[in-house]
Design a protein around this ligand. Sequence first.
Ligand code: PLP
Length: 427
Amino acid sequence: MSQQGPGFATLAVHAGAQPDPTTGARATPIYQTTSFVFDDVDHAASLFGLQAFGNIYTRIGNPTNAVLEERVAALEGGTAALAVASGHAAEFLTMHALMQPGDEFIAATKLYGGSINQFNHSYKNFGWNVVWADPDDPAAFERALSPRTKAIFVESIANPGGVIVDIEAIAVIAKKAKVPLIVDNTMATPYLWRPFEHGADIVVHSATKFLGGHGNSIGGLIVDGGTFDWAGDDRYPMLSKPRPEYGGMVLGETFGNFAFAIATRVLSLRDLGPALSPFNAFQILTGIETLPLRMQRQSDSTLVVAEHLARHPAVSWVSYPGLASDAYHELARKYVPKGAGAVFTFGLKGGYDAGVKLVGALELFSHLANIGDTRSLVIHPASTTHRQLADAQKIAAGAGPDVVRLSIGLEEPADLIADLDRALSDG
Ligand code: PLP
């Protein structure tokens, strides 16, 4: 153990976990129960009134999920976390704790397509309005501010992989405007990049991807950086106003630097309901134990595959910030010196038809709509996820007819390259 405390790999295996006090079980047990018995009525009253921490009902907390929460909070360097049913649930509950009808938030234009849909369409039902800003131009976030702005939302490495966002520049703007900066750190994971060290206030994850890492469980996390002062800020009534259901308690005052994590649990998750199953929490925890090994290996292999494709005669371009020639390479060296992640896109000279043929001909790569698996994955967005869009919209979304996205797994890079070479030359 170093003077600063345990290192990342040690936290990935141990943070939040103890041998089970009853049985001695060393792996975290799966507490597959809906509810927890109270000692007596006073105990129940103190739990419901938030005077004591403890377990009530798995929708708002479970001991298996609590280990996952503590572990991800430790890996990100946050004060506390909340585990939820999916990455989308993490985004939704985060916004629910911040936004009132008629409020706005500013989001980067380069995001996972599902988040763009969620922000553009579903949030309208709640009266929450998104204002878009180009993350390549941090000043665009300043120009987009209004008196109703309640948050700024960006991805660190933006899905589908080619973009590194200058979080420090955007954090300066968020701090000046006194609004929290939310960073979706799904693609980087805290192994490659810890956004709280660069000015983020809240981190969200789709644990479905690299945290879980094995393509077997949907889950999400909200991590509180403990950096934002909610108390006394009328713009955030969920945190700064007395809560009738908790005897007039003001969460921002009572819970200080982990008040945001508490608010998302005891207000947003409690009332909206997307709880994480303890079984999925167990799977994601097991995945996290090898996160540093997997992320390093997958990033290293991705660079090898990207370099190969950049030289391939059937390929017109490769977008991967790990490549020395890439427009984001300087930002990648600053923010993700260990590697630029395991997802990237490239363009086929043969356009749409070549993309369709490639996904059909690959054998080692699985053709599916996910990233961050031990197995390598491929998708041709124009014929699948973005099929319903007009060509111009596809191109604007980075899903032009020639674009193929890869998520590199743990196989031998030479085998992946051989599969790609064979599929690109077939027929
Ligand atoms: N954020 C990013 C960057 C993603 O890639 C995804 C899913 O692809 C999500 C959020 C949504 O996560 P989930 O599928 O777990 O709801």
